[in-house]
Write a protein of this length. Structure first.
Length: 239
C-alpha cells in the first residue's frame, strides 16, 4: 500500500481498512472499496478493485505472453530431446523446499522412476539456478537413472521456463509459482494441493487437472494413473 502511494500513480484504489482495525484509508487511497467477504478466490478478490471503477470486462484467467526469443529458446531446448518420447516436466524443488505443499521426496522419486521404467518417459526437472546438484543428489544418483533420461531446466528467466513447459506433454507441480506460470501459458498441468485451498489458490478459467491429498490419501498409483490418462499413453512409446 505504501509503495502504491509513493509510486506517484494518479489514482490509488484499495480495500477499506477500518473493518480490520486500521484507519489508513484517507492517507493511502483515493478510492476505497468494501472488502468482498463473499468472494473466495484471490483473483476475484483483487479484480473487485478494478470492477469498482466500472471496468466490467475483466477475467480471472491468467495470461503470460511469450516473446519470440522465449519461443526460440524452447525450440532449441526441445530439439535436443529424443523424439517420440513422453516428455514430463516436473518441479521437484517446490516439493523438497515446501513439504507442506505436496508429497515426500520418496513418493515423488517412486513416481518418476515408474514413469521412466513403464512409460520410457523423459523428465525435465524445473528449478532455480544451482538446483542441478540438488536434483542429481535426490533423484538421479539415488535412482540410478542413465544419461539422457533426465534433463535439467534450471533457468532464472521465467519466460524461458514457461515456454519450455508449454511444449511438454505434461507439467507436474504442487501449488506454487510454477503452477500459475504454466497455467498462464496454456500448458497441460497436473497439480497436487496438499494443505492450501484450491478454491482460493488454483488458477481459474484454465484447464488445470487437480488432485488433493498428501502422502497418505494420495498414492503413487493414483498420480501415475492420472498422468497416463492425461497424456493418453497406454503403451510404451518407441525409443
Amino acid at each position: 500500500m505504501l509503495v502504491a502511494r509513493a509510486s506517484g500513480a494518479k489514482i490509488v484504489i484499495g480495500f477499506e481498512t477500518k473493518p480490520f482495525g486500521e484507519v489508513w484509508d484517507e492517507a493511502l487511497f483515493d478510492v476505497t472499496v468494501p472488502y468482498p467477504r463473499d468472494l473466495i478466490h484471490e483473483s476475484d478478490i483483487h479484480l473487485a478493485l478494478i470492477r469498482a471503477l466500472g471496468i466490467k470486462n475483466t477475467s480471472a484467467r491468467p495470461e503470460f505472453f511469450l516473446t519470440q526469443a522465449d519461443v526460440s529458446f524452447a525450440d532449441s531446448f526441445v530439439e535436443r530431446l529424443p523424439k517420440h518420447r513422453l516428455c514430463v516436466a516436473v518441479s521437484p524443488s517446490q516439493w523438497v523446499r515446501r513439504s507442506d505443499r505436496g508429497w515426500s521426496e520418496g513418493n515423488l522419486a517412486a513416481l518418476l522412476d515408474r514413469l521412466i521404467r513403464e512409460k520410457e518417459a523423459l523428465l525435465v526437472l524445473v528449478g532455480a539456478e544451482g538446483d542441478e546438484d540438488l536434483f542429481n543428489h535426490l533423484f538421479v544418483s539415488k535412482q540410478g537413472w542413465t544419461s539422457g533420461i533426465c534433463h535439467f531446466l534450471c533457468e532464472p528467466r521465467w519466460a524461458r521456463v514457461a515456454a519450455v513447459i508449454k511444449r511438454m506433454d505434461l507439467f507436474l507441480t504442487p501449488d506454487g509459482g510454477n503452477l500459475h506460470l504454466a497455467a498462464a501459458v496454456g500448458a497441460k498441468v497436473l497439480t497436487i494441493f496438499r494443505s492450501a485451498d484450491p478454491a482460493r489458490w488454483c488458477p481459474k478459467e484454465v484447464d488445470i487437472h487437480l488432485l488433493e491429498g498428501g502422502d497418505g490419501p494420495l498414492s503413487v498409483e493414483t498420480v501415475f494413473n492420472n498422468i497416463v490418462r492425461l497424456t493418453q499413453v497406454d503403451r510404451k512409446t518407441p525409443s
